[in-house]
Design a protein around this ligand. Structure first.
Ligand code: GDP
Length: 296
């Protein structure tokens, strides 16, 4: 289960506080130490953890908590609120274009699940908004990616625009014309990934942006990479105006460092999470629900 180990450790750290009529400063220090270790072990960014602990301690020592009937429960509530804040507080949805189509450009490193997520998002929009998306195959360097996207399109009964052409911005331009012709309400553009960020890739992505003017530029990152995901997000965000992040492979992530660090470090909201290989395994991200799930 996602965040299993983080969840267990945090719950253990807080367990000693519950049921106590009064909580001493020593109790709070002890719990804070445990929470700090749990978050660091979950691979949450160091500075984020430091700020988090500072807030928790300050609030827990406050008069309101100390004088309440069940201070332990109050502290758990504070941890819950602060975890929610760390992940962005409000859930964020896709930006909509004033006229159809709304354009979504998906970017990310190779193997993070970008192509699969294009399909998942198409399926999500179809199911939830009755949408008629068009997918554009813009990852021309990995030949299997085009076939993979075509297969996904066939499975979902969603059209895929592809072209035998080495000029990706050109392909995108033609794809957008196709979407206009067919009155598709969403266009989702799959783009190339690399093992690392490089100038050539960024240059191509920038050129696609200039052609497509996407309302949404979403970075797909692998949750299993922990806080390294924040570095990737910072790198992509330097050259592209990212509007948000989709966190994939949350189903295999027992630690949670990426989910807890991305927003706090980069300011980018997490819009969706991928929780499995199936095309239905995409969930909108709700910071409050995630925090409650972590705290059990
Ligand atoms: P791309 O190179 O970024 O386009 O990556 P792909 O879409 O080809 O995905 C790489 C692998 O990750 C595939 O085996 C996918 O099935 C898998 N994958 C994608 N998203 C998820 C997810 O949310 N959970 C799990 N467990 N696997 C995923």
């Amino acid at each position: 289960m996602a965040f299993e180990s983080l969840s267990e450790r945090l719950q253990k750290a807080l367990r000693n506080l519950t049921g106590k009529g009064k909580i001493s400063e020593a109790d709070i220090n002890e719990a804070s130490r445990e929470i700090r270790l749990a978050l660091l072990e979950a691979d949450v960014n160091f500075k984020v953890v430091k700020d988090f602990i500072k807030t928790i301690k300050k609030e827990a020592l406050g008069k309101e908590v100390q004088e309440s009937l069940n201070p332990g429960q109050q502290i758990i509530k504070i941890v819950d609120q602060e975890l929610t804040k760390m992940m962005g507080e409000e859930s964020v949805t896709l930006n909509k274009a004033p006229h159809i189509p709304t354009i979504i450009m998906m970017v990310g490193l190779q193997g993070t699940g970008k192509t699969t997520t294009v399909g998942k998002l198409a399926n999500y929009l179809k199911k939830n908004e009755n949408a008629r998306p068009l997918l554009i195959a813009g990852d021309i360097y990995r030949p299997a990616a085009i076939d993979q996207l075509k297969q996904i399109g066939a499975d979902l009964e969603v059209p895929v625009y592809s072209e035998d052409n080495q000029d990706v911005p050109e392909i995108v331009k033609h794809g957008l014309a196709e979407a206009d012709k067919n009155k598709n309400d969403y266009v989702i553009i799959d783009t190339a990934g690399r093992l690392e960020i490089d100038e050539q890739l960024m240059d191509e992505l920038k050129r696609i942006t200039e052609v497509a003017h996407p309302e949404n530029t979403l970075l797909v990152v692998d949750a299993m990479t922990g806080q390294a995901a924040t570095k990737v997000a910072e790198g992509f965000n330097q050259d592209l105006d990212l509007t948000g992040v989709i966190l994939t492979k949350l189903d295999g992530d027992t630690r949670g460092g990426a989910a807890l660090s991305v927003r706090a470090v980069t300011g980018l909201p997490i819009l969706f999470t991928g929780q499995g290989e199936k095309l239905t395994a995409l969930e909108p991200f709700h910071p409050d629900r995630m925090a409650s799930r972590i705290l059990g």
